[in-house]
Design a protein around this ligand. Structure first.
Ligand code: HEC
Length: 120
């Protein structure tokens, strides 16, 4: 194979690899995750206690801690519920742990609703 054909392939690969490497938050597919909560379960106040137990140490009771992402920041509005859920489930960066084992799916979605309320 001549370099004329190889180069574009290498370039395409390089761009792709770079993109995957730079990823520190949820993948695009997380946007599509849908909450399985029933109407009775879909109440932010049900996520409050779990938030205070699990998240407040880093993010603050009001979500405004300086040491972690400000959960009341306007940028949070660009995050879909599914992306917040993904971050709680899998963690993000080197500092935010995954809570997949610690919280049930229902609890994680209820925390998403509570985080939404903090940003209001
Ligand atoms: C040990 C500290 C710690 C705990 C506990 C923690 N977080 Fe975080 N969180 C962080 C840090 C640090 C970041 C910023 C990470 C980065 O951008 O690299 C972050 C980022 C986030 C983000 C933004 C993610 C993004 O894609 O920008 C959300 C949303 C979030 N946390 C929600 C939560 C929720 C909800 C909980 C509780 C279930 C929680 N966090 C628990 C430290 C923590």
């Amino acid at each position: 194979m001549s370099t004329r054909f190889l180069l574009p392939i290498l370039l395409a690969f390089g761009v792709y690899a770079h993109d995957a490497h730079g990823k520190k938050t949820s993948p695009p597919s997380a946007k599509l995750l849908k909450s399985p909560l029933t109407t009775a379960q879909a109440r932010p106040e049900l996520g409050k206690a779990k938030y205070e137990q699990t998240c407040a140490a880093c993010h603050g009771t009001d979500g405004k801690a300086k040491s972690a992402t400000d959960l009341t920041d306007h940028k949070m509005h660009s995050m879909k519920d599914g992306e917040i859920y993904w971050v709680i489930t899998n963690g993000v960066g080197k500092t935010m742990p995954a809570f997949k084992a610690q919280l049930t799916e229902t609890e994680r979605w209820q925390i998403v609703l509570y985080v939404r309320q903090l940003a209001k």
